[in-house]
Design a protein around this ligand. Structure first.
Ligand code: AHR
Length: 552
């Protein structure tokens, strides 16, 4: 059966396939159609013609250019940088006296690499670190800043050298927006309110004067504020009701003084399994009479399997590959279940969902500090990234933000550094290839996804999204999940003949291929070999690969 995939209200999302009725028979795919009729009919008609996804034959992928879906918020390509391990120190900050080329202490190589990702926002300073962070310790002359202990992450010394001004400088250098998480667990409302006043006040009040004395007379721009982090866990082990009480007070008093930049307030929501926070907050939000409000509720979901993290990052086989991608695709269930709660209390979709921590959380690299969460990043992680982004796009009417964890040297990173050396991970390349999707309009794409089966695990063989960018150009991203069989794709549109196409593909010698400091280009994006004939584009996708193509 054909699946129609898009973020459009007309969309249908592929769900976990039911087991085949007969061994060897094609999996049955169930679909959800919020208000679609015509497109489904079209899809089913097409499926009768195609139906080749399983058997290894040609897969026809149709882009429905006339159907307009929601905007793919560029904020779903957000990043997360916590004071954790070598994420900030070494990863971003080397200090102005370092022999590593830097601008005001911030690594030039990292800035250049991040610039080409067009990073829309960076969440900082945590994570669990945020609920123990006291911003005043990170301003003023570096020599006078106190050294504190990073109790969450290895008990190492936090020098507070990278603080508010350094973070905002970093954002300016990479061209991104601030997502600041304030301390609810061990901080006060006053502390958080004053931090935002220090950052944003244009009037010459005492906090703005202090900001100016510390080198930045002009107010900073802050786009997002997170009210705490995981307050059901490391952020104070609060009950949903306790957190709700804090949320109301914090959102009332923590404000931006920048009239031109509305501050979007993000409440802590689900841990990806239990949604009592989301339900409690949304119920109170629907019935609110007092002066508090939010714009977004968050959810955290890691591709981890069982805790503690045990999937190895390199040297794994197909069993681990299939298991990890199966976990990655569970994101769709998580998003769907959060959506159901949001829909219950907010049918007009005023409140967005932010998946502000996600990605693969694997066993730490042997020999590294276990509290630093360092892991290599393979072609499998590239697929985790692509499948996750595709899910966000398909749910773009609700998912308006996502922050992969974490940007540099921690968990599913974009970049790894070692002294003066820097490498780009396979995940980095996915983010770079997907840049055309930022703020594009999603459009439905229909195809028979077929199935890739390993043991008890069954996944779609291919996954795809499509969008129209601001210049009217159509883009398609296709992932071949099957690690053994190449996928032969025939790409067509419903409206016009494809006359030319260009794009990139990310393939690797093996599913566990990684980039290393000795071999930094083992996995990298390469131009596609596109064959356009008769208005159709023919593509052969390598096993376990991701391809992004722009159509003319
Ligand atoms: O990203 C690592 C940690 O995972 C974050 O600090 C915390 O919020 C989550 O549990």
């Amino acid at each position: 059966m054909l699946a129609v995939l898009s973020g459009s209200p007309l969309s249908a999302q592929v769900q976990t396939p039911a087991p085949p009725v007969v061994a060897g028979a094609k999996a049955r795919w169930t679909m959800r159609y919020p208000g679609v009729g015509l497109l489904l009919c079209f899809g089913l008609m097409a499926s009768a013609v195609v139906g080749a996804g399983d058997g290894g034959g040609k897969i026809v992928l149709t882009v429905h250019t006339a159907d307009i879906g929601p905007t793919i918020s560029r904020n779903i390509f957000g990043q997360f940088a916590e004071h954790l391990g070598r994420g900030i120190y070494d990863g971003i900050w080397v200090g102005p006296d370092s022999s590593i080329p830097n601008t005001r202490g911030i690594r030039n190589d990292v800035v250049a690499a991040l610039k080409s990702l067009h990073v829309p926002n960076v969440r900082w300073p945590g994570g669990c670190f945020a609920d123990e962070y006291h911003w005043r310790k990170g301003i003023g002359p570096a020599s006078r800043r106190p050294a504190t202990i990073n109790a969450n992450w290895g008990g190492v010394i936090e020098p507070n050298t990278f603080g508010t001004h350094e973070f905002m400088d970093f954002l300016e250098q990479i061209g991104s927006q601030a997502y600041v998480s304030v301390n609810v667990g061990s901080g006060s409302v006053q502390e958080a309110a004053e931090w935002l006043e220090y950052l944003t006040a244009p009037q010459p009040d005492t906090l703005a004067a202090e900001r100016a004395a510390n080198g930045h007379p002009a107010p900073y721009k802050v786009a997002f504020v997170g009210i705490g982090n995981e307050n059901w866990g490391c952020g104070g082990a609060m009950s949903p009701e306790q957190y709700l009480g804090q949320l109301k007070i914090f959102t009332h008093y923590v404000r931006s003084y920048d009239a031109a930049q509305p501050l979007r307030r993000i409440a802590v929501g689900s841990d990806g399994g239990t949604s009592d926070y989301t339900d409690t907050i949304m119920k109170a939000w629907q019935n609110r009479v007092s002066n508090w409000d939010i714009d977004t509720v968050s959810v955290h979901y890691y591709t981890v399997g069982k805790w503690p993290p045990h999937y190895i990052a390199t040297g794994f086989g197909e069993a681990d590959y299939a298991a990890v991608l199966n976990e990655a695709r569970r994101m769709e269930e998580v998003v769907r279940s959060e959506e159901a709660i949001l829909d219950k209390y907010d049918s007009q979709k005023k409140i967005g969902l932010a998946v502000d921590e996600w990605g693969s959380w694997l066993a730490s690299t042997p020999g590294t500090h276990p509290g630093f969460l360092e892991q290599q990043n393979s072609q499998r992680d590239a697929l985790v990234a692509a499948l996750g982004i595709n899910i966000f796009v398909r749910h773009g009417d609700r998912v308006r933000m996502a922050n992969i964890a974490q940007m540099i040297n921690v968990l599913q990173a974009m970049i790894l550094t070692s002294g003066s050396k820097m490498i780009l991970t396979p995940t980095y390349h996915v983010y770079q290839m997907y840049v055309p999707f930022q703020d594009a309009t999603s459009v439905p794409v229909s195809f028979d996804p077929g199935a890739y089966t390993y043991g008890d695990i069954q996944l779609p063989r291919v996954d795809a999204i499509a969008a129209r960018d601001r210049n009217g150009k159509f883009w398609v991203a296709v992932t071949n999940i099957d690690p053994v069989r190449p996928a032969s794709i025939e790409l067509v549109t419903d409206a016009k003949h494809v006359t030319a196409a260009s794009g990139q593909t990310l393939a690797a010698p093996h599913i566990d291929s990684v980039n290393t400091f000795d071999a930094p280009n083992t996995v990298g994006a390469k131009p596609i070999a596109a064959k356009v004939a008769g208005g159709k584009l023919g593509l052969t996708l390598a096993p376990a690969s991701i391809t992004v193509v722009g159509l003319e």
